[in-house]
Design a protein around this ligand. Structure first.
Ligand code: NAP
Ligand code: F7E
Length: 338
């Protein structure tokens, strides 16, 4: 019998890659989706028919990080071996517009899930393992470069403050109740499935559309911020590895390289033989009340204990995203009959 996993945030970028990975390892995979007026399952529809080797199809359950009763019900019904908490209002800029909602979903949501798991484990004598999707944003105005597990948090947004709370609660449930509870402190990771309002995808999507004549402008914010960007497919492997260890802990997952938004822009537009200066304008609406200037992670703990290292380089990541978005723009063009 394969293991049973429950993934919150399964409709997001990471949820879709993690579900694919776990299904390829013969897990029975369940996901939490929230009700909305239009379907949000585009990234996982291909998994609802089972995997290529005829494995069990993905099962979805309606739920919301704001609804403790619902989350408890899902845990009781699914009886997972591993819970991966990936659900979040994950946009840093938007968290300044919706600080209370972000704190509720990203911060208190984790507490709701931890309580449901603790209670279930106690009543049924089980040992559900818990993964928390932590973020390099918690380092914020970091005091050291590169940042590692021991670097002090200095969160710079409502999102980052909520993630720091969730991190502490995860450690607290490990220490207070002996729960196998892991914090993955993941640095930015991207892919062709990245949401279109994060800067990398915004750039590659626009570059593709500009190339085929569907767009002529790209409005951005701060081009000088530096991020440690990796490939999401590599990062979900690290999540799984953390959950297979004898003891739970906290791990930084990063490439160890940092690049500015400007560099990303240049490489992406260069690939399509476009001069980005002709199309990009700065729009103050995309600036943040407080910015995180530089993130660069030291993943040597993960390398040593998990045997994890990134496979896709920065240049390969940009190329992968640009190529996928050029293809998407061409499909868009064809659908318009042009
Ligand atoms: P994403 O694409 O924005 O996906 C977020 C997921 O959370 C979606 O499935 C979304 O559902 C769901 N969600 C949002 N609010 C919810 C709520 N109230 N109840 C239940 N589900 C809700 O994010 P991602 O890039 O895959 O990231 C996954 C996790 O890792 C997030 O927790 C994020 O904060 C964290 N993280 C991401 C990065 C990164 O670089 N990608 C780095 C560090 C940490 P809908 O589809 O319905 O919106
Ligand atoms: O911004 C700058 C912006 O929104 C990156 C989330 O997955 O990673 C992500 O958070 C940088 C920032 O990602 C635009 O000011 C310039 O400095 O792509 P982003 P993020 O804020 O780093 C962390 C690790 C997470 O945990 C989060 O969930 O790019 N920037 N111009 C812009 N950013 C956006 N979104 N849009 C712009 O037009």
């Amino acid at each position: 019998m394969g293991k049973v996993a429950l993934i919150t945030g399964i409709t997001g970028q990471d949820g879709s890659y993690l579900a694919e990975l776990l299904m390829s390892k013969d897990y029975e995979v369940h996901g939490v989706v929230r009700r909305s007026s239009s379907f949000a399952t585009g990234r996982i529809d291909h998994l609802r028919r089972g995997n290529e080797s005829g494995g069990r199809p993905l099962e979805l359950h309606y739920g919301d990080m704001g609804d403790a009763t619902g989350l408890r019900g899902i845990i009781e019904e699914v009886r997972p071996d591993e819970v991966y908490n990936l659900a979040a209002q994950s946009h840093v800029r938007i968290s300044f517009d919706q600080p209370e909602y972000t704190a509720d979903v990203v911060g208190l949501g984790v507490l709701r899930l931890l309580e449901a798991i603790r209670d279930h484990n106690q009543r049924h004598n089980r040992a559900i393992r818990f993964y928390q999707a932590g973020s390099s944003e918690m380092f914020g105005k970091a005091e050291e470069v590169p940042q590692r597990e021991t670097t002090r948090f200095h969160p710079r947004s409502p999102y980052a403050c909520a993630k720091a709370y969730a991190h502490s609660q995860t450690v607290n449930y490990r220490e207070a109740y002996g729960l196998f509870a892991v914090n993955g402190i993941l640095f930015n990771h991207e892919s062709p499935r990245r949401g279109e309002n994060f800067v990398t995808r915004k750039i590659t999507r626009s570059a593709g559309r500009i190339k085929v004549g569907l767009q002529d402008k790209l409005l951005l914010g701060n081009l000088e911020a530096k991020r440690d960007w990796g490939f999401a497919g590599d990062y979900v492997e690290a999540m799984w590895l953390m959950m297979q260890q004898d003891e739970s802990g906290d791990y930084v997952i990063a490439t160890g390289e940092t690049h500015s938004v400007r560099e990303f822009l240049e490489i992406a537009f260069d690939r399509l033989k476009l001069d980005w200066n002709k199309y990009v304008a700065i729009d103050p609406r995309h600036l943040r009340p407080a910015e995180v200037d530089i993130l660069c992670g030291d993943a040597s703990k993960a390398r040593k204990l998990l045997g994890w290292k990134p496979r896709v380089s920065f240049e390969q990541l940009v190329a992968m995203m640009v190529d996928a978005d050029l293809e998407l723009a061409n499909r868009e063009l064809r659908s318009l009959g042009r």
